[in-house]
Design a protein around this ligand. Structure first.
Ligand SMILES: [Zn+2]
Length: 162
């Protein structure tokens, strides 16, 4: 008699275990669905943390001269020397010019549109500021034996740059 009871209890226990497993599977499925949902809503971009908002050059004009009034801030945001970005813009915009007010402004001796200037600034950011691996702007350029390398401080990636 006792043996039979024992067996029945054993069977019930097994049933309960089975139920538990099914519930767990259900929970797992719910969780997976939740994650899928979450990932679907994330922007398609590698890396974590907040999105980098690229700076925009603000211009003012005097005759045939175009001045980037927030040049110093742009350079600070990109963590690049004003001289370096100025050199790039002179070349890309085919214009001569000069840094003004300790590098906080850049004067260009040409009549340029905001679009022209910001297009070149974007190229610069894409090409020599943002990490090709993780997309973060926490980078610097190292020059070794004439080769310029973009070094990412966030993920450690190293890529040659122009
Ligand atoms: Zn990186």
């Amino acid at each position: 008699m006792k043996e039979k009871e024992g067996k029945e209890k054993e069977e019930k226990k097994e049933e309960k275990q089975k139920e538990g497993k099914e519930k767990q599977a259900e929970k797992q499925a719910d969780y997976d669905a939740l994650l899928d949902n979450l990932y679907a809503r994330l922007p398609e971009r590698k890396g974590t943390g907040e999105r980098f908002e690229p700076p925009v050059a603000e211009l003012f004009f005097e005759g045939n001269k175009t001045t980037i009034r927030n040049f110093g801030e742009v350079c600070a945001r990109l963590r690049r020397k004003p001289e370096e970005l100025a050199k790039y813009l002179f070349k890309e915009l085919a214009a001569k010019g000069a840094l003004e007010a300790n590098g906080s402004r850049l004067a260009l001796n040409a009549r340029l549109t905001p679009r022209q200037v910001n297009e070149k600034l974007d190229y610069y950011i894409q090409g020599t500021v943002l990490c090709k691996e993780c997309g973060k702007p926490d980078t610097h350029v190292e020059t070794m034996q004439g080769t310029r390398t973009l070094v990412c401080e966030a993920c450690g990636a190293r890529k040659p740059v122009r």
